[in-house]
Design a protein around this ligand. Structure first.
Ligand SMILES: [Zn+2]
Length: 303
């Protein structure tokens, strides 16, 4: 495939606004997704024996997540308390109080298994979501969007969304103008049939009724960009059992992407390892996130 950036560079001599005059700026964004970066993040996270939030060594995982995110900008550290009494942290990139409006991309970085204290690699659940979130933020934060994109890494998901619940309440109290919470939880499963859909989860009821319409229309738009910019088929379900639930319950519009991988026998076990993932599928899911956010926000300047 021809390098679109070279096409645009060539057009610059001819057109006053080259990005707009020539080609599709969203296609230029999604083409920046690096499978190598996704692979590196997944293998980095799964190099810890476990990322179980209550593990005494969990702060070492926290510092790794902090340092990886800090490569992309100033990281906000948000502490919360687990039921065990331990203090744990979410990590945030981007301006969550930007009055132009905020698109929040979230993923949990903790893991669990049948042997959580010793062996919980959590590759698909949820190193893949973390990798997609960080790669989407890397590309979108430099894209000149008309709204603020925020990346948020949660701990305490596996015990009951403790990290996301704490920050959703804080966001509500602070009045953060979050227009959509996009949750990424499991994106790299290699399904038995490659045509199996990536699942767009949007809000159909749950705790608050007033945020359903925004979630459904965003979800439908995500299915459209999947058709336009990825090789993925899509289907949809309700949101369920991940970090979007506390955001929905505090009134924010929320939706998610998910690969259907709870049907895999490795799900939730010590066999959820990176070697068996489909990184091409993870790359396509990341393209989908970027295209959806860019289409929703609009671009304020040529790429
Ligand atoms: Zn998960």
């Amino acid at each position: 495939m021809m390098d679109r950036r070279m096409v645009l560079a060539g057009a610059a001599a001819l057109a006053a606004r080259p990005g707009w005059a020539q080609g599709d700026p969203i296609a230029a964004l999604v083409d920046q997704v690096s499978q190598e970066v996704l692979v590196n993040t997944v293998y980095g996270l799964t190099s810890f024996p476990t990322r179980f939030t209550d593990h005494p060594q969990f702060p070492v995982v926290e510092e790794w997540v902090h340092d990886v995110m800090a490569l992309q900008g100033d990281v906000t550290r948000f502490g919360f308390q687990m039921p065990s009494g331990k203090t744990r942290h979410n990590f945030i990139l981007g301006d969550a109080s930007d009055t132009r409006g905020v698109i929040l991309i979230g993923a949990h970085y903790d893991s669990a298994s049948e042997d959580s204290m010793n062996n919980a690699p959590g590759a698909n659940d949820n190193a893949t979501g973390m990798a997609a979130m960080l790669e989407a933020y890397r590309i979108l934060s430099g894209a000149g969007l008309n709204k603020s994109v925020v990346a948020m890494a949660f701990a305490g998901e596996e015990q009951g969304f403790y990290g996301s619940a704490a920050i959703a309440e804080f966001a509500r109290a602070e009045g953060w103008p979050i227009e959509m919470m996009i949750n990424l939880d499991m994106l790299g499963w290699r399904p038995p049939n490659p045509a199996m859909p990536m699942i767009v989860e949007y809000d159909m009821g749950n705790a608050v009724a007033g945020n359903d319409a925004a979630s459904a229309s965003f979800g439908q738009m995500m299915a459209e960009v999947a058709a336009d910019y990825t090789t993925l088929n899509t289907s949809h379900t309700d949101i369920w059992a991940s970090d979007y639930m506390p955001f929905e319950a505090t009134g924010f519009p929320a939706m998610g992407l998910y690969d259907g991988g709870v049907d895999d026998p490795r799900y939730g076990t010590s066999r959820d390892i990176p070697d068996v993932l489909d990184f091409g599928r993870l790359q396509q899911a990341t393209r989908m996130v970027i295209a959806g956010v860019a289409r929703y926000c609009g671009l304020s300047e040529p790429i």
